[in-house]
Write a protein that binds this ligand. Structure first.
Ligand code: ASP
Length: 320
């Protein structure tokens, strides 16, 4: 597949809304992922841009391969997010943003369009928090588990690790800079994916380390179904990134679905309506990705930048 990288060009002004749309695709499936929305404390070098582009493309290819061979939307979003969790460049899994105490507390959620959902908050032992979220959905009667212990995660048959595995030198440096106020807290964080499979089923998954220097125990929108993640067959699947508290208050992912279901809005109208009303009007920053029932996809943000990847019908587009 041909690949194209879109650079933001001129930096977007505060809270300017950006929208990218594509599809529906001819293959009958659709996938879009994000690697976080936010402001940049500094411009990325050419080399860094290349690394982010490659990381996004690798994750896209992992999910697209699942859909291509008739796999489920759920398998595709989990495969995509797991690649981003393993990549220390992104704020999820290894290389996640650290709490004020210098620890990684990871949040993740998954939801399928038939209404099944699972999430973990403050996860420390599952190597891939997105897989733990899926196990909560498939193996328990619950939707959200806080800090599942190592035995529980191992009992699910998942790879476990030590909490130190997630902590990288780069994130420790970033935390020190933020704490000494040398750097405005960067908000590029969270990864997520939404997909429609060949049977028309939808799924969404989101994973994050939260916000740099956050209090221990702070939980944002990512593991809150309806806020950071939502999916409903026949309507839309959504994954969010940005100032989590605003997404929780505005129940942002569900708001997009409600606009489509109740107001009969199109996808673009729904996502721009939600961002304008629930984020911009409340001086909050962030973005979201969405796939509609027909496979149309959207990437929208009011933050200055957002990392994302999608197929525009002829090639893989990465936003870096
Ligand atoms: N939404 C995430 C949180 O609040 C952070 C982010 O997306 O940057 O935990």
């Amino acid at each position: 597949m041909e690949e194209r990288t879109l650079h933001a060009g001129r930096p977007s002004t505060a809270r300017e809304l950006r929208l990218f749309q594509a599809g529906p695709s001819e293959g009958g499936y659709a996938l879009v992922l994000h690697g976080g929305a936010g402001s940049r404390p500094r411009e990325l070098s050419l080399e860094e841009r290349g690394e982010y582009t490659e990381g996004l493309a690798r994750a896209y290819r992992a999910g697209a391969a699942v859909l291509e061979r008739h796999g489920s939307a759920l398998d595709a979003v989990c495969a995509t997010v797991a690649v981003l969790e393993d990549d220390p460049l992104f704020n999820a899994g290894r290389g996640a943003a650290l709490t004020a105490r210098g620890e990684a507390e990871l949040d993740a959620s998954v939801m399928t369009g038939d209404g099944a959902a699972g999430a973990v908050a403050c996860s420390r032992f599952a190597r891939n928090p997105v897989f733990a979220a899926r196990k909560v959905m498939e193996e328990t009667r619950h939707v959200l588990l806080v800090d599942p212990d190592e035995d529980l995660v191992a009992g699910w048959g998942l790879a476990t690790t030590t909490p130190e595995y997630f902590v990288t030198e780069a994130r420790l440096r970033q935390l020190a800079e933020v704490r000494s106020a040398q750097l405005p807290a960067p908000r590029h964080g969270t990864v997520g994916a939404v997909a429609r499979d060949r049977r028309g089923k939808l799924a969404a998954a989101t994973s994050t380390g939260g916000i740099v220097n956050q209090s221990e125990g702070r939980v944002g929108d990512t593991p809150i179904l309806g806020a950071g993640t939502f999916a409903r067959d026949g309507v839309v699947a959504v994954s969010c990134t940005g100032e989590g508290e605003a997404f929780v208050r505005g129940v942002v992912a569900h708001d997009v679905a409600a606009r489509i279901s109740y107001l009969r809005s199109g996808l673009a109208e729904a996502v721009t309506g939600t961002i304008t009303t629930e984020l911009t009007a409340r001086e909050a920053s962030g973005g979201l990705i969405a796939v509609a029932a027909d496979g149309t996809i959207a990437v929208a943000h009011n933050s200055p930048a957002m990392f994302a990847a999608f197929d525009d019908g002829s090639r893989l587009v990465t936003l870096v």
